[in-house]
Design a protein around this ligand. Sequence first.
Ligand code: PLP
Length: 396
Amino acid sequence: MTTKNERAQGRWNKTVQLNYGTPSISLAKGSGSVVWDVDGNRYLDFLGGIATTVLGHANPSVVKAVSTQIRELSHVSNFYMHEPVLQLAEKLTGFTGEKSARVFFCNSGAEANEAALKLSRLTGRTRIIALEGGFHGRTTGALALTGQQAKRLPFLPLIKDVKFAPFGDLDSLRRLISRRVAMVIVEPIQGENGVVVPPTDYLKGVRKLCDQFGVLMCVDAVQTGMGRTGSWFGYEYSGITPDIITLAKGLGGGLPLGAMIAVTPQAPAFKPGEHGSTFGGNPVSCAAGLAAISVIEKKKLLSRAKTVGLLIKKEISKIDGVKAVRGEGLLLGILLEDINASTLVEVAKNNGLLLNAPNKGVIRIAPALSITDAQVREFIKKFAQSMALIQKGASK
Ligand code: PLP
């Protein structure tokens, strides 16, 4: 007898583009960090919608905010203001600590980086420096900034005048930077590249070089932001202030929402008509984002992300077959010795645990910041069991 998951696969293959392949399960329901598929199988969700569901699924505050908002006012376009967009802009600019900060709202990370790219053109310069291994999105502008050859190749030529420096290497950046450069774009941690962490003084060094040549520094905090790494944007530990910050993923508390914040007075400002998005900053997504921020603040989830992250690092590092664990807060990359990460993702899924493999040597986890202590213990147990199952199979 075919299962509901298998029937869903058949329907998917007949109707949906296969750019994501054919997923093996169709999810039906979620509560906090647990999800169930259409056949009723339960999974502990340690991918968190790829770092989006900061409070997990069906968080009561987010559900209430979204339901109330959609009953009162749904979408109005950007010809009008509304309270949720004003409040969210006030929150985000407040988090930067800069009075000059101004937000542009959109719907995704790629759009936030497109906005940053266009803003940088208003300096009159065109050259961009991005980092090898970096990921900034799939739209053509964001893809042009993405330092991953396989993703770019089928779509060349992309916009010109983008140079790539090795991530974490200030000497190479120093050789490339000049007064022709409009913007350097950098992730505090390269998430899609396998949770790659730069040297501690790297962001400070990038800031210094940008200042020396009058270049805008854009921090892409799409994956590291909204509390994931234990602070609002993921760069704060470095003591710098970027000129531009881009956000998405966790910003909408599980709903689509992106933002580009021009932080310092050095960053240009869009004039009326220079940029836009029909759905950007819509009331429902902004209400969800505000609710998520309020829960993160009330429950002190920034510091909890840090302590839980440290605990997971310590416990997972002890498991046989784990080479190292890197990352910050609840964005962690688990480096495997001899096991293929995709195999582990499959085995863990069959064992009721959802993980992700950004490449064949690394498992990425990005659970909800609201993950409970019991769920952390369940994760450690299931992860160790799944590793042991593979090792047992290999030794037969
Ligand atoms: N920037 C970073 C750092 C990301 O990790 C991602 C997505 O993974 C993006 C941009 C693109 O975001 P989106 O998929 O919402 O367009």
